[in-house]
Write a protein that binds this ligand. Structure first.
Ligand SMILES: CC(C)(COP(=O)(O)OP(=O)(O)OC[C@H]1O[C@@H](n2cnc3c(N)ncnc32)[C@H](O)[C@@H]1OP(=O)(O)O)[C@@H](O)C(=O)NCCC(=O)NCCS
Length: 179
């Protein structure tokens, strides 16, 4: 993948090895409808891996709230077509939110059409970079223990399992950022 940083913070122009061009940028309110459309194209398993349970539809209200970011405490990046927000199809979303205890929770979804190109790793690295700037103590996420792709990606970034798998099959992983 080729990457070129753009001037506004956190924006990058990407070219995948197969030539597809993408724009990595913070999510915008105008992304709500494209996000709903992208959601409708997801496989139920992708949704279950991301939300830890099945979800049939992304309501307009939920999409709007996922796109309305409190910049002090939240950060969300999309990998989208290089078109203005609102027109661009969205292929991946990674988000992070600071909880009350100085820890930030992440979640990520790279649609299967884009998976395996290094986007998941890059977006996780950006979330970690944001969390470091916010001086949080750790970044954590809840992942199904059958989700070997996410667990391998996280392990390669230094995340560790912090809790036994619960009765929903969910394991918590975290990465300490205190040194
Ligand atoms: C997990 C996920 C984010 C990976 O995204 P991706 O863009 O395909 O990941 P990358 O191409 O950057 O790969 C990074 C690493 O992930 C791991 N990985 C990715 N796909 C994998 C697969 N199918 N099997 C095993 N490991 C895999 C590998 O360790 C890989 O490193 P490598 O390329 O050096 O082997 C993506 O598959 C996804 O969104 N899944 C559905 C939603 C989800 O599971 N979210 C996580 C819970 S919040």
């Amino acid at each position: 993948m080729q990457r070129r940083k753009l001037k506004p913070a956190w924006e990058e122009s990407l070219q995948l090895d197969d030539g597809r061009k993408l724009w990595l940028r913070p999510i915008q309110p105008a992304d709500a409808e494209p996000l709903r459309h992208g959601f409708s194209l997801l496989h139920p398993e992708e949704i279950r891996m991301r939300f830890l349970h099945p979800l049939k539809e992304l309501s307009a209200a939920m999409a709007a709230s996922l796109c309305a970011i409190d910049r002090q405490r939240q950060f969300a990046l999309v990998a989208a077509e290089p078109l203005p927000p609102g027109e661009a199809l969205i292929g991946a979303v990674a988000r992070c939110a600071i909880a009350d205890d100085k820890r930030a929770e992440f979640a990520i979804l790279v649609a299967r059409q884009l998976a395996g190109n290094g986007l998941g790793r890059l977006m996780m690295q950006r979330l970690i970079g944001w969390a470091r700037r916010k001086r949080v103590d750790a970044i954590y996420g809840d992942v199904l223990d059958e989700n070997s792709a996410m667990l391998q990606l996280a392990a390669s970034l230094g995340f560790r399992r912090r809790r036994q798998t619960d009765d929903r099959g969910v394991v918590r992983i975290d990465l300490s950022l205190t040194h």
